[in-house]
Ligand binder design. Structure first.
Ligand code: SF4
Length: 225
């Protein structure tokens, strides 16, 4: 039996052991302060609204290329709509360093394969972790192939996404790929999610009301991913 005090101590220890990914990112940024050229970063983006606050946070410190790779989005018309919003936002965004854009292939079969057997798992569970990994692995490969210094993703801006799992997967995939470093991040910190809502209003962005895959669409899921 665990006494109340013992449980409390364990909880405090667990909190202390939690990594603050925002602080980890700040350490990386500090390492590059004073350098002549800013490091290059391939930024996986799930959608324009989420990328807005992230681009604002990162472009003072990195030369960012947004990588739109999201085979999880269904149907295709929804995918096309989101990617056009992403491009429109980049064109009008007042970035400190120029933002570039790359689109990955749209191949829903790749997502189907990753999600197979996990179709009925509630959102936020194993299907989502596999979905993160599919997108992060593809981004890491692209970043390594093109010689980017770092890669990361906008996904952690959403309160519905698991920042610890995103960072663990991102780091592991970078180590497996070699030749590119994972930029740790938790973009929901410092009011990042709220800022994405404000910027979406400023730029008149389309904010979808489901995460992306057909399973999130079926479940009357409400908040934007
Ligand atoms: S709910 Fe979102 S993160 Fe989860 S599997 Fe579907 S698209 Fe991917």
């Amino acid at each position: 039996m665990i006494c109340a005090d013992g449980g409390k101590k364990r909880n405090n220890q667990a909190e202390m052991n939690q990594v603050n990914y925002e602080k980890e990112m700040e350490k990386v940024i500090a390492q590059h302060q004073g350098e002549e050229a800013v490091p290059s970063l391939l930024l996986h983006s799930c959608c324009g609204p989420c990328s807005s606050a992230v681009m604002e946070r990162l472009t003072p410190y990195f030369e960012v290329t947004v990588f739109y790779y999201n085979p999880n989005i269904s149907p295709e018309s929804e995918y096309r709509h989101r990617v056009e919003e992403q491009k429109r936002l980049i064109q009008c965004f007042p970035a400190v360093h120029p933002i570039h854009f790359l689109e990955g292939e749209y191949c829903p079969a790749d997502f189907d394969e990753a999600a197979r057997g996990y179709e009925d798992v509630p959102e936020g569970g194993e299907r989502c972790f596999r979905c993160y990994e599919l997108r992060l692995r593809r981004t890491a490969r692209e970043a390594a192939r093109r010689g980017f210094d770092y890669y990361t993703t906008t996904l952690s801006v959403s309160p519905l996404k698991n920042a610890r799992r995103i960072n663990e997967i991102g780091q592991r995939v970078a180590e497996e790929c070699g030749a590119v470093r994972w930029l740790p991040a938790d973009f929901k910190k410092k009011n990042g999610y709220q800022r994405s809502i404000e910027l979406s209003r400023v730029y008149g962005l389309y904010r979808q009301n489901f995460c992306g895959c057909v399973y999130s669409l079926r479940r009357d899921f409400c908040p934007v991913s």
